[in-house]
Design a protein. Sequence first.
Length: 159
Amino acid sequence: MPISDLSSITALINAAGSVIGLANKTNSVEANQKIIELQQRMADVQKTVAELFQENQSLKEQNHNLQDELSAESMYPMRESVRWKKGADGEGDDGPFCPTCFANGRKLMPLRFKSRMQAPGIFSFVCPEHSVVQQGMGRSTSYEIKEASLRPGRYHIPD
């Protein structure tokens, strides 16, 4: 019979404890040594079960976090150094969104049109959110995005 959960293991340990209690009534030195050995093994099993339970909980939490990250990556893909939100209609993505704001708590901060670049069909966008950057950790607050990547009509882009 496989042991499938913590309550089954606890019941098994309690049953072994009852057997030890009955065996304690004998006065043989050899029986007492066997009882002590069995008690030590039971304590080791209890410790191992507790460690496995903790490890299992930790792995479940890690798995949940990784599933969230995978979901975010598929729902909000990174392209042209910015985040995009999968379009509900399947006809292109909404965006662009600031990758730094997204990384800091999954916040979808729409980037704001800044200017046309010298190259045709390339626009500069900027994040409206003020971000404090650690010393030595450069952060570009503007992003160059191809016009073809933008949903038509989403931004009013002056001529």
